[in-house]
Ligand binder design. Sequence first.
Ligand SMILES: O=C(O)c1cccc(C(=O)CC[C@H]2O[C@@H](n3cnc4c(=O)[nH]cnc43)[C@H](O)[C@@H]2O)c1
Length: 218
Amino acid sequence: MNLPKKRILVMTAVQAERDAVLRGLKGDQRFDVCLAGVGPAAAAANTARILATAEYDLVVSAGIGGGFPGRAEIGSLVVANEIVAADLGVATPKGFMSLDELGFGCTRVQVDLRLVNRLTEALLAANLPVSAAPILTVSTVTGTAESAAEMAARVPGAAAEAMEGYGVAIAALDRGLPVLEIRSISNLVGPRDRNAWRIKEALAVLETASSVFLEVLL
Ligand SMILES: O=C(O)c1cccc(C(=O)CC[C@H]2O[C@@H](n3cnc4c(=O)[nH]cnc43)[C@H](O)[C@@H]2O)c1
């Protein structure tokens, strides 16, 4: 019996990340790898546009990201066990209040933990340093030690920060599709230091991780 072929949409912010994922997928036609653009709004709009054109079984937000010190080091991978819009809310004199706390919506997207575990275990089996943890989506990149500490405390256990996951996730949820996010850590979240970035290395890890998708996600 021919099982229906799964189709998976992978969204990356920029072309360099898309190229890395495509190299890892080795041309497998069951994956479409498309550009989300940088930031949650562009990611939501571009993901929604693509999901309107074809039938998919799973949506993945993939790319580089910042790792919270002590939780995800440069060169490691983080698979989201929750995708959180960490700066969607209001700043008050008593601190940040999320949209959830305000009663205006949901900033925390749940993911299929069975899929997360399968992917994480496969990445570990491929000798890749990986953890499953909440990944934060921000519109403003964290750039100071104080804001990094505040952000890490805002979502207990958060291991990484990026800018597209929540946007991709909302578009997937709107179509009733499961979503995953995977980030290859290129820098530590904290004081801005572009010289400390290891983008080339992170893209190489993203490529290797993408080759594992073939074994697990189909
Ligand atoms: O100019 C800076 O200091 C700076 C610091 C961190 C990130 C940026 C970006 O422009 C990020 C754009 C792109 O990369 C992803 N990314 C990678 N590291 C992080 C991070 O620490 N926090 C948030 N996003 C990050 C992100 O998903 C974007 O697509 C500039």
